[in-house]
Design a protein around this ligand. Sequence first.
Ligand SMILES: [Zn+2]
Length: 317
Amino acid sequence: MYVDLHVHLRGTIAPATVNRLARRNGVAIREGTLRAPGYGWHDFPSFLRVYDEVAAAIRTARDIEEVTYEHLVRVGCAGTAYVEFMLSPPHERRVGISFADQLAAVDRAADRARELTGIECCVIATAVRQLGPDAAIDSAQIAIACRSPRLVGFGLTGNERMHDAADFRPAFAIARSEGLKATAHAGEHLGPETILPAIEALGLDRVGHGVRAAESQAVMAALARLGVPLEVCLTSNIALGVCSDIGEHPIAALAEAGCVLTLGTDDPGFFSTTPAREYELAKRAISDPNIEARITRAAIAAAFCDETTKARLLGRL
Ligand SMILES: [Zn+2]
């Protein structure tokens, strides 16, 4: 049984869906983009360009509902029991869908997918780092104004090289004061020295990626002592060059140091991966026959959903 704690909703979209939505919405997508596996990007700048091109096909609440439903049914039928989607208020608002309408669309899709497959899902509203601290406050305020039971967390995504984590302290304070749990991308593209300050400044309950902690024994020891779980995305790290292949991935060192590990697909439509594949890679990297159950238990404990949902998930294990 699989749990995915790190997945961007827009990053789940499959090529056939992009094609359908683009036609329906009159959005032009380059032919080569759809034909190539994983949208044919080859380096980080082309990944970002293709990501925006593909995501631009999503124009309406109905589109969001379809993308959400298709992903949940796809992974729900293949053993995934729980997913936490990252969804950023400013992105779809660009094309005029309010965040409340985005959440309502996810809710409708999640109800239908649960009916069909038993899968559960929740949502983390995210601020985008390169848009800056003021836009993050805006995102936090939009998020707390929407009282949806599935909205459980607040996160920070985007380019780690822009701004210090501490600049986003006010946005996280707003979100946390309303009971949202906190996560932020850190220690993916930047080094281990950025991880503990982010946890401290933003009051993080989990760290997005955090795998570069493995470059520092002291940081790994601190993470293990604090018990702050890492959302490790193996295929994403290999695809984006954080490490060269699974044999080189630091997940085994992180496990060895006692860090709490969970798994994520990040942008499965772009990395041609699934939760099942991420678990398979983890099993290959870590020599522990119980690693699958260990990771799933850690992920249920680290999930931002309520205790009733956690008990239901543990019951399925
Ligand atoms: Zn991510």
